[in-house]
Design a protein around this ligand. Structure first.
Ligand SMILES: *[C@@H]1O[C@H](CO)[C@@H](O)[C@H](O)[C@H]1NC(C)=O
Ligand SMILES: *[C@@H]1O[C@H](CO)[C@@H](O)[C@H](O)[C@H]1NC(C)=O
Ligand SMILES: *[C@@H]1O[C@H](CO)[C@@H](O)[C@H](O)[C@H]1NC(C)=O
Ligand SMILES: *[C@@H]1O[C@H](CO)[C@@H](O)[C@H](O)[C@H]1NC(C)=O
Ligand SMILES: *[C@@H]1O[C@H](CO)[C@@H](O)[C@H](O)[C@H]1NC(C)=O
Ligand SMILES: *[C@@H]1O[C@H](CO)[C@@H](O)[C@H](O)[C@H]1NC(C)=O
Ligand SMILES: *[C@@H]1O[C@H](CO)[C@@H](O)[C@H](O)[C@H]1NC(C)=O
Ligand SMILES: *[C@@H]1O[C@H](CO)[C@@H](O)[C@H](O)[C@H]1NC(C)=O
Ligand SMILES: *[C@@H]1O[C@H](CO)[C@@H](O)[C@H](O)[C@H]1NC(C)=O
Length: 891
């Protein structure tokens, strides 16, 4: 499996030269000198040539400070941008708000140089967040923890390679304990899409070193960065004097074919072990990560005689071979990317061991080590955030907690809000505004209408003037509106009055002297009809309450109007006779499933439905029927097919679903729809939506559910091609508590069935992940799942076979016409292959899958947005540094 992963990875690096960041010119760089005054203009730092500017436009809180120590000691130079800093005595979470390019990989570096700026001689400890996700703990008291990174005696540097999912990126400092968070500089560098990639998560830097005996690490000058490194990576020198010898060259090393753009100063030097037979060894402290990505940079920089050869094995933790035997290319930069998830005991080590046939010892020029950090929490829905920020601007609201993401993490939710936040992979929505006593003046902001998931709006006790807006009636989920204690005037819109009268909303308007309930007082009529019902006299209040109760009771008798708050109101049981009417005597067949025939139907003459009639012969019929009804009555998700009703009458078992007019995914991937194939974007979206539905079953339901029959035929498409998962007949609740697994009769569809489950009868949610992986392979290839006439009959083996033969282009469905973002395609392929790992422990969970597909979709969309259009097809040039000699065999 590991080798297949590497293979895809190689393909990714070798084939897709998508965005080539313009060398030398700082294009896209964001260089922020934190704490620099707003009135100073940006400047060019002398020693690096980097342009820095003030942070004042990106943050609304904090104060400026200046470091005390002028002596840099060892490590990074105290360049001008690092001498000033911003510290945050107020608030728990303070955030920078940066504008970035959505869907671009960035190297994000935060510099913290304490140097006793506050004269307290107490090094701070605090957390760093990236948007709503934890990034790192900055612990300047932990000398040991900082050793592995760039050595900085009076501070530390934190770096991550991350792809923002929107155009803004929040970087937050979060207080934890008595010390004050601070920051010296923020540096963002866009990277090529094809170099530092992950299946899931972002890459947190553990070490980045080159090896030289003659660049002393106590000398700040030995740190290599911009302009030598066009991407401004910070390369620290390292040397193990007792064991290593340096070799170097003045002959230029050809780096053009290598995507990593390595500086000559790094690639022209290498370390080799002292002593002919010895291996080359290095190790790192891993900081709680098991998933490690390594980038080993090599070049043969000695002119070899014909009789010489240099070849070595690459070993992890002394004995695990993690890559094929390797020979550096002569005067040519080459990178071996390695991903491993072996657990290390405190430290992870790398050994390069000379092979038997090699005459020369191993050599290594430079290494980068990253831990994979999962950033699973989605940011709050973009439209909600925009609306909220407009409301904030309208009322000039300044609250200490109003920084960073409004909803998540929950403990830092902005005051006055409440949000829905069910799953990390689904963007939270704002469900409540409680701005009581916020000192608001002016009219009610029209931006409130864009918060369309709002359930409660409390604007009481402010100084709001003007009319009660009509749009409040259009917010479908809004049930409580509290406008008491303002200076609102005019009449209340008819629609709101009706809804209040019908008990659909609670409208509170007490204490608005100029407001009237009667439409006649609108306009020139000055005769005020003070809201009589809500007058303050207690007796009137009681009478009103009684009246209201009576009105409500009367309303309840009328069955016609469904309550807005009750989402299950439509679920109904039907008689078989009614079913016959709905289907017009079972006139039109839509399809035939495992348990019966599905008919087209019409409910109330206007709602199309699909009616599944279970066949009487179906032995397990009743159990499955009950399972499906029970399940569907308690789960609701936009990506699960909705049950409209059912019939359970003697031997007649019928399920009535919403009608999915575009059939199922399988049809769209087969010959049937060959004339109008689904675009890559649509395929990704369908996959992402299905993944969300499945994620909901796995972690959103209580108890959680396993679908057990995920296949392309069960992924249905509505008239907008939105994907919904159907057919829950085999679903099972999965174990909670002491029971560790469910042993069941193995069930599922051929080709999609998890081999591990088949072998062991051991059912877990990872079996669904396997089946989903098969669907993903279908989506990418449009191949049948099982085809006996193919080289390999099962789709998973076929793809694996193609990969090992380097026949990568022929994996992808030709009807896509190469109209796709290559990196999103390889990423999806790699994700699919990890989902179909033979062993369930090697498979991701559905949250990771959903998240990953969302990212693929983003990079595909950003391509469609035009960013990559210029060179996406033209520069399709395979890298010679990844010739077939490096492609490992599948194990
Ligand atoms: C810039 O602002 C600071 C206070 O923030 C002030 O001390 C300084 O004199 C100002 N400089 C200029 C050039 O206006
Ligand atoms: C950097 O700043 C200098 C002036 O300080 C300016 O001339 C130059 O164009 C800037 N370069 C970039 C890439 O912004
Ligand atoms: C963050 O930056 C964006 C773009 O510059 C801006 O529209 C938005 O208002 C900013 N948000 C905050 C809270 O400053
Ligand atoms: C190259 O190696 C030689 C001998 O080890 C050393 O004297 C020289 O300084 C090195 N050159 C560089 C640029 O490091
Ligand atoms: C570097 O390698 C590339 C790819 O093999 C080749 O096209 C190019 O000519 C080489 N450059 C030099 C200066 O040798
Ligand atoms: C926010 O909503 C949740 C779920 O509806 C509820 O449990 C919680 O009490 C609410 N919090 C506030 C501050 O209203
Ligand atoms: C709201 O109050 C602020 C200060 O209290 C004032 O500057 C502003 O003009 C007022 N806005 C309106 C619309 O009255
Ligand atoms: C409406 O606001 C008033 C004043 O803040 C408050 O006393 C009352 O409890 C609120 N009612 C509801 C239902 O929130
Ligand atoms: C409304 O504004 C007046 C002054 O304009 C102020 O005295 C009063 O406290 C304000 N009321 C509220 C609830 O903010």
């Amino acid at each position: 499996m590991e080798s297949i992963r590497r293979l895809i990875f190689l393909a990714l690096i070798g084939i897709s030269f998508i965005t080539i960041v313009n060398a030398q010119d700082q294009q896209g760089f964001i260089s922020i000198d934190c704490g620099m005054s707003r009135n100073e203009s940006s400047y060019t730092d002398e020693s690096t040539g980097l342009n820095f500017s003030s942070d004042a436009d990106f943050i609304s809180s904090g104060e400026s400070g200046t470091i005390k120590t002028e002596d840099p000691g060892s490590g990074v130079k105290y360049i001008k941008p690092y001498k000033q800093l911003r510290y945050f005595p107020e608030g728990t979470r303070n955030c920078y708000n940066l504008t970035v390019m959505q869907g671009t990989h960035y190297l994000i570096r935060a510099v913290f140089l304490y140097a006793n700026y506050d004269d307290l001689k107490q090094k701070p400890i605090f957390d760093l967040h990236l948007g709503p996700n934890f990034w790192a703990t900055i612990d300047l008291q932990d000398i040991f923890g900082n050793i592995e990174r760039i050595r900085l005696e009076e501070g530390t540097i934190e770096e991550i390679i991350h792809m923002p999912k929107s155009n803004t990126l929040d970087i937050c400092l979060v207080k934890r304990g008595p010390t004050t968070p601070f920051i010296s500089a923020l540096e963002l560098r866009p990277l090529r899409d094809d170099t530092y990639t992950t299946t899931t998560g972002s890459l947190k830097l553990i070490a980045r070193s080159y090896f030289s005996n003659h660049d002393s690490f106590s000398n700040p000058e030995s740190i290599i960065r911009y302009p030598d490194d066009v991407h401004d990576r910070l390369w620290d020198v390292y040397f193990y004097n007792e064991e290593w010898t340096e070799i170097n060259t003045t002959t230029p090393v050809n780096t053009t074919a290598n995507a990593f753009d390595l500086p000559q100063a790094i690639i022209s030097k290498a370390s080799i072990p002292k002593g002919a037979g010895k291996s080359w060894n290095n190790f790192w402290f891993m900081q709680n990560t098991d998933d490690v990505h390594l980038y080993l940079h090599f070049a043969e920089i000695q002119a070899l005689k014909p009789s010489d050869s240099r070849e070595f094995s690459i070993l992890w933790n002394e004995n695990t071979k993690i890559s094929d035997d390797y020979s550096p290319l002569e005067f040519m930069a080459d990178t071996v990317p390695i991903r491993t998830s072996t657990k290390c005991d405190v430290t992870c080590s790398l050994d390069l061991t000379r092979t038997k046939s090699s005459t020369l010892p191993p050599s290594c020029n430079a290494i980068e080590v990253f831990g994979v950090l999962q950033l699973l929490q989605s940011e709050t829905d973009k439209n909600d955030v925009t609306a909220l920020k407009n409301i904030q601007a309208t009322y000039r609201l300044q609250k200490t907690s109003w920084q960073g993401d409004p909803c998540v993490p929950i403990q830092y939710m902005w005051t006055g809000l409440n949000c829905s936040n069910m799953f990390p992979s689904i963007p939270p929505r704002i469900t409540s505004l409680d701005f009581s006593n916020f000192g608001l003046n002016g009219t009610i902001s029209s931006d409130i209408q864009y918060l369309n998931q709002l359930q409660k709006l409390d604007l009481s006790n402010n100084n709001l003037t003007g009319k009660v807006p009509e749009f409040l009636a259009k917010l479908k989920l809004l049930t409580v509106i509290n406008l008491s204690g303002n200076n609102l005037s005019g009449s209340i819109p008819q629609s709101l009055r009706n809804m209040d009268k019908n008990g659909l909303i609670t409208l509170l308007i007490k204490g608005n002297e100029n407001l009237c309930l009667d439409p006649s007082c609108d306009g020139n009529n000055k005769k005020k009809l003070l809201v009589p019902i809500l007058a303050s006299a207690a007796s009137v209040g009681i009478i009103t309450a009684v009246l209201l109760v009576i009105i409500l009771l009367l309303r309840k008798k009328k069955p016609s109007k469904a309550s807005r708050s009750s989402m299950v109101a439509n679920k109904r049981s039907f008689t078989y006779e009614e079913v016959a009417v709905i289907t017009n005597n079972f006139e039109r067949t839509l399809g035939e499933g495992g348990f019966g025939v599905v008919y087209h139907g019409n409910l109330n003459g206007n709602e199309q439905v699909a009616v599944k009639v279970l066949s009487e012969s179906s032995a397990q019929g009743y159990k499955q029927f009950k399972a499906e009804v029970d399940l569907l009555l308690r789960v609701h998700h936009i990506n699960l097919v909705t049950l409209v009703g059912y019939c359970d009458e003697g031997q007649h078992l019928v399920l009535i679903y919403e009608y999915m007019s575009n059939g199922n995914l399988k049809q769209h991937l087969s010959e049937e729809c060959a004339s109008s194939p689904l675009s890559w974007e649509n395929r990704l979206r369908i996959a992402a939506e299905t993944a969300q539905g499945l994620e909901y079953l796995h972690i959103g339901c209580k108890p959680p559910m396993i679908h057990r029959d995920i296949k392309s035929m069960n992924i249905l498409l509505d008239n907008h091609f939105q994907a919904k998962l159907g057919d829950f007949g085999l679903s099972r609740s999965f174990p909670v508590g002491s029971e560790t697994h469910v042993s069941t009769n193995v069930a599922g569809s051929p080709g999609y069935l998890d081999p591990e489950y088949y072998r062991t009868n051991w059912l877990t949610e990872k079996s669904d992940v396997f089946s989903f992986g098969v669907v993903l392979l279908e989506i990418i290839t449009s191949q049948p799942v099982i085809d006996q006439t193919r080289e390999k009959s099962h789709i998973r083996e076929w793809v694996g076979f193609k990969l090992t033969n380097g026949d990568i282009k022929n994996i992808v469905d030709p009807s896509l016409n190469e109209d796709y973002d290559t990196s999103s395609l390889w990423k999806a392929l790699e994700l699919a292959m990890s989902c179909v790992s033979p062993s369930s422990s090697g498979r991701p969970n559905m949250s990771q899958v959903a998240n990953e597909l969302q990212e693929c979709l983003l990079s595909e969309n950003s391509r469609k947005g035009g960013r990559h259009d210029v060179d996406s097809k033209s520069s399709f040039e395979p890298s010679i540094s990844f010739g077939p000699e490096h492609i490992p065999d599948a194990r």
